[in-house]
Ligand binder design. Structure first.
Ligand code: 5GP
Length: 189
């Protein structure tokens, strides 16, 4: 990381708690604007209607074809996409997306701050996925995909955070963001 573009990307395997971390970060870390993704996935029973903009495949593809997404991906049969960010002035954009999405953002904005978030163990990940519900097949597919994500993440960033304790994780990421902002303000020698 040499500079900072005002875009922060959280990515990592399913079930690590990225969306909870992102919500907490937006509340606790100053000047962060959390993007609301579009998805064609069905809303889970306990999930807030605000967690995504839930759309049909037709709506998603029309928006994509009109150039409305900063990045988009297909994940286990559903589409997910980040609409072109409209953050208020002075706010940095916070995204919580897949590895492929993180790669797309990184290509368009090489100075984006990429943070890989993982669970302390696979056992813990399995437990978190089970608590969230969904079919056994879907959980298994998410676990298989996680292997690849862990392997490929190293190519994208060397900032890895283990989400063992939510409060600690949020503090740690907030500190990473603060440091990146400070570095970006420093004049080049
Ligand atoms: P879930 O179905 O568990 O809500 O999300 C599945 C995966 O899609 C998660 O890894 C989540 O971070 C990712 N995701 C959520 N929104 C977006 C988005 O806008 N773009 C991309 N590429 N991935 C997203």
């Amino acid at each position: 990381m040499t500079s900072f573009s005002g875009i922060i990307v959280l990515f990592g395997p399913s079930g690590v708690g990225k969306s909870t971390i992102a919500i907490e970060l937006a509340e606790q870390c100053s000047d962060l604007w959390l993007s609301r993704s579009w998805t064609t996935r069905q809303r889970r029973s306990q999930e807030s209607p605000q967690s995504y903009k839930f759309v049909t495949e037709e709506q998603f593809l029309a928006h994509r074809d009109a150039g409305g997404f900063l990045e988009w991906d297909e994940f286990l049969g559903n589409y997910y996409g980040t609409p072109i960010p409209e953050a208020p002035p002075g706010q940095d954009v916070l995204l919580e997306i897949t590895l492929d999405g993180a790669e797309q953002v990184s290509k368009k904005h090489p100075q984006a701050l990429l943070i890989f978030v993982d669970t302390p163990s696979k056992r813990e990940q399995k437990l978190r996925l089970r608590q969230r519900g969904g079919s056994a097949l879907n959980r298994r597919k998410r676990l298989i995909r996680s292997k690849l994500e862990r392997k490929l993440s190293k190519k994208l960033t060397d900032i890895h955070v283990i989400n063992d304790d939510l409060v600690q994780t949020v503090n740690e990421i907030c500190e990473i963001i603060r440091t990146a902002r400070l570095k970006a303000q420093k004049p080049h020698p």
